[in-house]
Design a protein around this ligand. Structure first.
Ligand code: ADP
Ligand code: MG
Length: 698
């Protein structure tokens, strides 16, 4: 068997392959495009395309596709074969630079939120040379951005690349002010930790709710859930281990740095974390990871659930977005430095993040808003819908000392003076104790923990990069015009701490008292649901910021708001319809059939001895009858609410109506059905129970 280094990246047209297949001149030109964004000349593009095709064909590929990330949140591909007819009646395999650089898929069915009228069906895809092409199955996949003919972004990659560029620009201004002229570009890095559930295919197939919506819409609590905490970091079961082994192998072949795997808190829940990499690549890789997780599961007779809340009553699944900023010279700007000057620079970047998170709490919340994630955020589960930052005691004490001009206990000097004093070394272990914070500093990076497990990480990083770029822009504008750099720097850091310390919270983020303090005393946002937060995407301050950095146009923001709300509505409506269907065609008939059996038992017993009281059967029959009536009534309620939705016109109003009228009625119907599950004989219950599902994989 081949060793990992032998096959790692074997399906990727990476630097090793480029070097081997291209002439030195072509390779250098391509590198310049990749590293510095230089324009690629068509001659080089042709050479790259040809090399890519030869390499792909040698690896069994017959087709190519521009691989992109439309606003559906998943990836899209349309395959074209390499074949081209030759005069002798045969074919040759061909792929041109033009085909590599630009594609024109028929895009009329992708959501555009009104950006692209459907008669203007064609959008175009444009090659992102910074993310390597790879082979999936028999297809060469070329990572691309997806835009309309008017140039508006119809995908998640385009604004992500724009936000990285915006941040790059502002960071460079700051670095120049600190006398650093050698850095040519900075990029953000991300390591997304991915949570998921595994259940057996047999169980999954029996649950229409899982098949149609990705989550269970019914299900009484099992006798055993996660209360024993015996799953977290527990021994991985053989079937899961075999799954993880094959998953790693498939990911490694695609050059994805899958690193850590373990069991999570809930039964049947697991986590996979890769080694961090450049944000747009990490985003591509995370999309691929989610896809491959599901594919490999199918091969093992399993289903991988990526929904944020597949089961009520046990932990949901999230994604932790570990984020840092690094220079092309290999320096992590969120790492406290060795010298006083570096420390001052570190503190400035730290403050930029603090200010960004406080000023744009709403954008961070919006970036993770989906119907699925609403079940985690704001629902007494980690983390809350309130955004706050955890810094740890040590760093907090440093900031306090700066703010109040008081001596910091960690130094021997009498006063912290930026640019003179060396900051204490932060111990990673002491900064990373808090697991309940939505946004935690963990020694040399920030960990944003509000993302849902099925979210693309693009949106969160777009908002984060843009908001931090904005803080840095304000800083750079001031510092570039300051008479005395150090005095201005010190004053600005102090002002940031004063103005934005309300966002810093080092306590327990799950505590009810915190939510009260955050909203009532500190004035932080608490948007519990998607319809609550999404319209704020179009608040003037947000539109101004995002457009001024060229990350989104106003039209693009409007379209995104529309699409996200539409998505919310559609998701909940599919869930509601699935519930109605299951209640009517499966649950009510099952409970009724069981009631019939009990009624027959009573009649058999009575006919043998009419004096028998049949206390058990009679009371059960009564209960079952009242439950079937309740289920029928609640189903009808829900159906009526669904019908009355047709009169709502605007998407925001529709989303609100769905949240207030539909979700509540879904909850009531569920309650009645779950109660019925606890009194109905198992042989009558039409689908597997929570216990069956959660403990199905051995
Ligand atoms: P945990 O959060 O479970 O304690 P780590 O903090 O070591 O584990 O890493 C979690 C994730 O953070 C991994 O994907 C890792 O690659 C990523 N990570 C580590 N350092 C950085 C960094 N400087 N920038 C971005 N991500 C990072
Ligand atoms: Mg972590």
């Amino acid at each position: 068997m081949k060793s990992v280094p032998d096959y790692f990246g074997s399906m990727v047209f990476d630097d090793r392959v480029m070097k081997a297949c291209l002439s030195a001149k072509e390779y250098n030109s391509l590198k310049k495009t990749i590293d510095e964004g230089a324009k690629l000349d068509i001659g080089v593009a042709n050479a790259v395309a040809d090399a890519m095709k030869d390499w792909a064909v040698a690896h069994g590929a017959t087709h190519y596709t521009h691989w992109f990330q439309p606003l559906t949140g998943i990836t899209a591909e349309k395959h074209d074969s390499f074949i081209s007819p030759s005069p002798d009646g045969g074919v040759i395999m061909e792929f041109s630079g033009k085909e590599l650089i630009k594609g024109e898929p028929d895009a009329s069915s992708f959501p555009s939120g009104g950006l692209r009228a459907t008669f203007e069906a064609r959008g175009y895809t444009a090659w992102d040379p910074t993310s390597y092409a790879f082979i999936k199955g028999k297809t060469l996949c070329i990572p691309t951005a997806f835009c309309s003919y008017g140039g508006e972004a119809l995908d998640k990659k385009t604004p992500l690349l724009r936000s990285m560029e915006a941040l790059n620009k502002q960071v460079l201004r700051i670095l120049r002010l600190f006398g650093n002229d050698s850095v040519k570009c900075v990029r953000t890095s991300v390591g997304p930790e991915q949570e998921y559930f595994l259940i057996t295919k047999e169980m999954y197939d029996l649950r229409p709710d899982l098949r149609f919506t990705g989550r269970t819409l019914f299900g009484a609590r099992p006798p055993k859930g996660q209360e024993m905490d015996d799953h977290y970091f527990g021994v991985v079961k053989p079937r899961v281990a075999a799954y993880m082994e094959e998953l790693n192998k498939e990911l490694w072949k695609l050059g994805i740095l899958a690193k850590t795997e373990h069991n999570e808190v809930a039964p049947a829940q697991h986590e996979l974390a890769p080694i961090y990499t450049t944000t747009n690549i990490a985003t591509d890789h995370n999309q691929l990871t989610m896809e491959i997780m599901q594919k490999v599961a199918a091969k093992h007779g399993l289903v991988c659930l990526l929904h944020e809340k597949p089961f009520a009553g046990v932990n949901g699944s999230g994604k932790h977005n570990n984020w840092s900023i690094a220079t092309d010279t290999g320096v992590n700007l969120l790492s406290p430095g060795e010298t006083p000057y570096e420390n001052a620079q570190f503190l400035l970047f730290l403050c930029a993040v603090i200010k960004a998170v406080d000023d744009y709490q709403d954008l961070l919340r919006i970036a993770v808003a989906t119907a699925g994630n609403d079940h985690r955020l704001g629902a007494n589960e980690a983390p809350p819908a309130v955004v706050s930052i955890f810094l740890g005691d040590e760093l907090n004490a440093v900031l306090e000392a700066i703010e109040t001009d008081t001596p910091y206990a960690g130094t021997e000097k009498t006063q912290m003076k930026l640019g003179v004093d060396v900051l204490p070394k932060f111990n990673r272990d002491t900064t990373d104790r808090n697991r309940t914070s939505p946004f935690a500093f963990t020694g040399n990076k920030f960990e944003f923990r509000m993302l849902g497990s099925s979210n693309s990480i693009a949106c969160a990083n777009i908002m984060l990069n843009s908001a931090v770029a904005e803080s840095l822009k304000i800083y750079a504008d001031r510092l570039e015009n300051a008479d005395d750099f150090e005095t201005a720097l010190h004053a600005m850091i102090r002002k940031t701490i004063r103005d934005h310390k309300r966002i810093i919270f080092n306590g327990n983020g799950y505590d009810e008292a915190w939510i009260k303090e955050a909203t009532e005393k500190r004035g932080l946002c608490n948007y519990r649901t998607t319809p609550d937060c999404m319209p704020h995407l179009l608040d003037k301050k947000n539109v101004d910021m995002l457009t001024s950095h060229g990350v989104y146009s106003e039209a693009e923001l409007k379209s995104r708001c529309e699409i996200m709300l539409e998505n919310y509505c559609k998701t909940v409506l599919i869930e509601a319809n699935t519930m109605v269907d299951m209640a009517k065609t499966q649950i009510a008939p099952a409970v009724s059939a069981y009631a019939k059996e009990i009624a027959e038992t009573i009649s058999v017993k009575k006919s043998s001895d009419s004096s028998l009281a049949c206390i058990y059967e009679n009371s059960l029959l009564k209960k079952l009858s009242s439950l079937t009536d309740r289920i029928a009534g609640k189903t009808e309620n829900l159906e009526e609410a669904l019908v009355s939705l047709h009169i709502v016109e605007d998407t925001t109003a529709e989303a609100e109506a769905i949240r207030d009228n539909i979700l509540v009625r879904m909850g009531e119907l569920r309650l009645a059905c779950d109660e019925a599950e606890t009194v109905t004989a198992k042989k009558y219950w039409p689908f597997p129970s929570y216990g069956d599902l959660l403990f199905s994989v051995r």
